[in-house]
Design a protein around this ligand. Structure first.
Ligand code: ZN
Length: 588
């Protein structure tokens, strides 16, 4: 037996999945997907085959000849879920599993019409990363065993289904529509993705289209109009784009993340639509995953930093290419601040602040943080700094090309690094970054005059320095965000009032600035801002905003009561992932 992934029952000694055929019907009333999956194996096989599943109701298992395949739930663990043990008859090339998902399936978010922009039709979407594909389809749910897939998804008319795949037609009988998809490239199962709603598309360029509800599609098309040129910039850095299309899907506000890099169809939170194109960094991040992530990704969640660290680095390179170094730097400083908050929350010496982690028995969602992202990106920057940008760019191209369409371990990366850039890992004290907790002393400082000015002003707050309106008028949303990040977490009611009234912060359209301000207001128990906090917690499901707001409310007794009250009232409308993570915070 060779279980190489602590979050999967997949056994490396058993046959591997190669291709999935999905045929599923979406039932909004029952909140289930029902139908079948055909799992094609890499070669004809017999004997045991362990699959991952969680809360699936399995009706039958057969092979390509129609012969019944014996199966059982052999084992079950809280984090890993069910081990579905199949006993394959000799010569089995394909197993067909008829099944149904559970209404509470962790991957699936089900929204009532009133939670959508249009208010008329329901909406559903999946979020399989990190380990939730097994709640949507029985499979070897480890990134290591990539699959291609075809799918037929039947939904009530006039709703539209979209997937992380090419749309290849539809058939409708007026009551239900079957949407057909083809995904020829092999992906890790966490990139399986489905969304269903009242969706319309607008072309943005030859390779890009944005999908959204009709009510938000024009605004979305305007906000993301520059995405096609972004792909061209990224190709200059990382090589040609391998996924044919880069379409965007703007989700309802309950979506738990900023974006999810589902290939061919990135999912995005509508909180990015600020009306000023100021949140393109998230699009740059998801686009960067097309190389660092979807093309070369982590073999298991212990190696997650390979996926996110390289992607944050690549994101900043794209931003630098398009908007200049200063813009990329200010993003870097903002995120470095947010990383420190996460490191402090874990506490000094925490194993979760290492790049290579050991998450056996640990739910990756519970220890989700910016460490693999920002500490990972800092590590990559050090590599670049050690060999110079030109040589590092060559290395990066070679790395992506060498491991394309593979999911690799930290050891595999380190061996490649040593071969291509001998001695560099040692020189930058690599083990201190990869194997040890906290931030090493040799991280590269970001030098930026624009950043320094804002930080100086914030540092003077306690001594009575206040920003002049003539100065802040010229600030970008990023400068505002940085300024607020650097202010004390608890302010007097007078100070809160002055800030809010002078700069109109509670009515900000940019969520990054708004939530940064509301986090201070909530932590300071500043009563006039609490209705706005409640409103954000009610409307938005993005964990990046929910978590700091709930944490801030929990620091005061009175506002902690409010936090519990709001959560009880609205948490059924959160995606199961957001709901679970906030419930954990409220327990303390
Ligand atoms: Zn990412």
């Amino acid at each position: 037996m060779s279980r190489f992934d602590p979050h999967s029952w997949c056994d490396g000694d058993q046959p591997a999945q190669r291709h999935l055929d999905l045929d599923l019907t979406v039932d909004f009333t029952a909140r289930t997907l029902e139908g079948r999956v055909r799992i094609h194996l890499t070669k004809p096989s017999s004997g045991p085959l362990d699959l991952d599943g969680r809360d699936l109701v399995i009706a039958s298992v057969t092979n390509q000849t129609g012969a019944a395949v014996e199966w059982s739930v052999a084992e079950s663990e809280p984090v890993r879920g069910d081990r579905l043990r199949l006993d394959l008859p000799a010569g089995t090339e394909m197993v067909e599993i008829a099944y149904q998902t559970a209404p509470g399936a962790l991957a699936l978010g089900w929204l009532e019409p009133q939670q959508t922009a249009g208010g008329t039709y329901p909406f559903m979407f999946s979020q399989c990363q990190p380990i939730h594909a097994r709640t949507m389809v029985p499979c070897q749910d480890t990134p290591r065993n990539r699959v291609s897939y075809d799918a037929v998804i039947t939904v009530p008319s006039p709703l539209r289904a979209v997937m992380s795949a090419e749309s290849v037609g539809e058939e409708s009988n007026g009551i239900a529509t079957s949407w057909k998809f083809k995904m020829p490239q092999a992906i890790p199962t966490y990139l399986l993705a489905l969304a269903v709603g009242n969706l319309e598309g607008r072309d943005l360029g030859p390779r890009t289209r944005v999908y959204a509800e009709p009510e938000t599609v024009e605004k979305s098309a305007w906000e993301f109009a520059e995405v096609d040129s972004m792909i061209t910039s990224a190709e200059k850095l990382f090589g040609s784009y391998e996924w044919d299309r880069f379409d965007l899907l703007v989700m309802p506000p309950a979506f738990p993340y900023g974006g999810m890099e589902n290939p061919r169809l990135t999912f995005l939170t509508p909180t990015l639509i600020a009306g000023d194109r100021s949140n393109v960094n998230v699009v740059a991040h998801e686009l960067a995953h097309s190389w660092t992530g979807n093309l070369v990704t982590n073999a298991t969640m212990n190696d997650f930093w390979l996926n996110e660290g390289f992607t944050v680095y690549a994101e900043r390179r794209i931003l630098e290419e398009i908007y200049g170094r200063e813009y990329a730097d200010i993003q870097g400083v903002i995120r470095r601040n947010a990383l420190q908050v996460n490191i402090d929350q874990f506490g000094p010496g925490s194993p979760y602040t290492k790049l290579r982690t050991d998450l056996g028995g640990t739910d990756p969602d519970e220890v989700y943080s910016l460490v693999p992202y920002e500490k990972g990106a800092q590590f990559v920057l050090l590599l670049e700094d050690a060999v110079g940008r030109d040589r590092f760019d060559e290395f990066l191209l070679k790395y992506i090309d060498h491991f394309r369409f593979q999911s690799i371990t930290t050891d595999e990366f380190l061996a490649f690094l040593e071969k291509e850039l001998p001695g560099v890992y040692e020189k930058i004290q690599g083990p201190r970054w990869v194997e040890e907790p906290d931030m090493p002393e040799n991280e590269l400082p970001i030098v930026s005059a624009r950043v320094d000015k804002v930080r100086e002003l914030a540092a003077g707050w306690a001594g009575g320095t206040r920003p002049e309106k003539t100065v802040t008028e010229k600030w970008s949303p990023e400068e505002w965000q940085l300024y607020l990040q650097d202010l004390p977490r608890k302010l007097s009611a007078d100070d809160c009032q002055w800030l809010d009234e002078t700069f109109d912060l509670s009515s900000q359209g940019n969520y990054e600035v708004l939530v940064e301000w509301l986090t201070i207001a909530a932590g300071s128990a500043y009563t006039p801002a609490l209705p706005r906090v409640r409103e954000v917690l009610t409307v938005v499901g993005r964990m990046k905003y929910l978590k700091p707001l709930y944490i801030a409310l929990m620091t005061n007794e009175d506002t902690a009561k409010l936090a519990r009250e709001v959560f009880d009232e609205v948490s059924d409308s959160y995606h199961p992932l957001s709901k679970g993570s906030v419930a954990g915070l409220l327990k303390g």
